[in-house]
Design a protein around this ligand. Structure first.
Ligand code: SF4
Length: 246
């Protein structure tokens, strides 16, 4: 029997992908594979458990054991909006290890819930390449699937009686790494400062520690007169507070 492995991130896209896989194949040979980075929003795990119960498919949780911050210290490299070793070491490698041990490439299909937008669809060839030799499908981009707004995707969870992850209601576009994803841009970091100030402060302190270890590195960059400068989170906070008092 073919194994159907949904790469379940705890985001709404992968939830909707899981719904479609469940509808097409049932729960018996279905897997919800999720990587724990150690800094997810606690509500992500509530959502994951609700999804698991609803689909009657247990969660298969993999973890490296380090948080992104611990990984950056080990690798002596601060992840940023361009290069994210955390994705490779905390998500891709543990998931591939699980696949090697549990999923025969000749009889397995993997599923990824990237959304049906031009920007997301452009990622498909790289994802397929990275996941070889396993065959990967993209249920939300399948032929005949209409484009859906984020709200429509969130409504699919509500229709199943599952409250969507609270990070969306808090104004975040993604439910990953608790609103402190290093790949997120300045706009999201400002939002984190506004709505989750303790998490911003924690990330700021972690970045400061890495700067003390590695020198002038930063998660964000800022362009001034066409030149890109490192922008530590402490400086983003200072600029943000200035705009509020101006
Ligand atoms: S969500 Fe962001 S911070 Fe978390 S592992 Fe992925 S790239 Fe790194």
């Amino acid at each position: 029997m073919t194994l159907h492995v949904v790469q379940f991130s705890g985001g709404i896209g992968s939830f909707c992908a899981a719904l479609r896989v469940h509808k097409a194949h049932g729960p018996e040979n279905m897997v919800l594979l999720i990587a724990d980075t150690g800094i997810e929003d606690p509500d992500l795990w509530r959502f994951a458990e609700d999804t698991s119960r609803y689909l009657d498919v247990p969660l298969s949780i993999v973890r490296d054991g380090r948080t992104p911050w611990e990984l950056f210290r080990d690798k002596r490299f601060l992840g940023n909006d361009r290069i994210t070793p955390c994705t490779k070491y905390l998500k891709q490698i543990p998931c591939r290890k699980w696949m090697k041990e549990n999923a025969d490439p000749a009889d397995t299909v993997g599923y990824i819930g990237i959304e049906n937008t031009k920007k997301d669809k452009a990622r498909i060839p790289a994802i397929e390449h990275n996941w070889a030799p396993w065959r990967i499908e993209f249920p939300l981009c399948a032929k005949g699937e209409p484009w859906r707004t984020k709200d429509e995707l969130l409504d699919e969870a509500r229709a199943a009686g599952i409250e969507p992850p609270r990070m969306y209601a808090e104004g975040f576009a993604h439910n990953n790494c608790g609103g402190t994803c290093v790949r997120a841009g300045m706009k999201q970091w400002r939002h984190t400062l506004e709505v989750l100030p303790e998490r911003f402060a924690y990330a700021e302190a972690q970045e400061a520690e890495l700067r003390a270890m590695l020198g002038d590195v930063s998660i964000l960059r800022q362009r001034r007169k066409g030149v890109a400068y490192n922008l530590p989170l402490s400086e983003l906070r200072r600029q943000h507070e200035l705009t509020k008092t101006a």
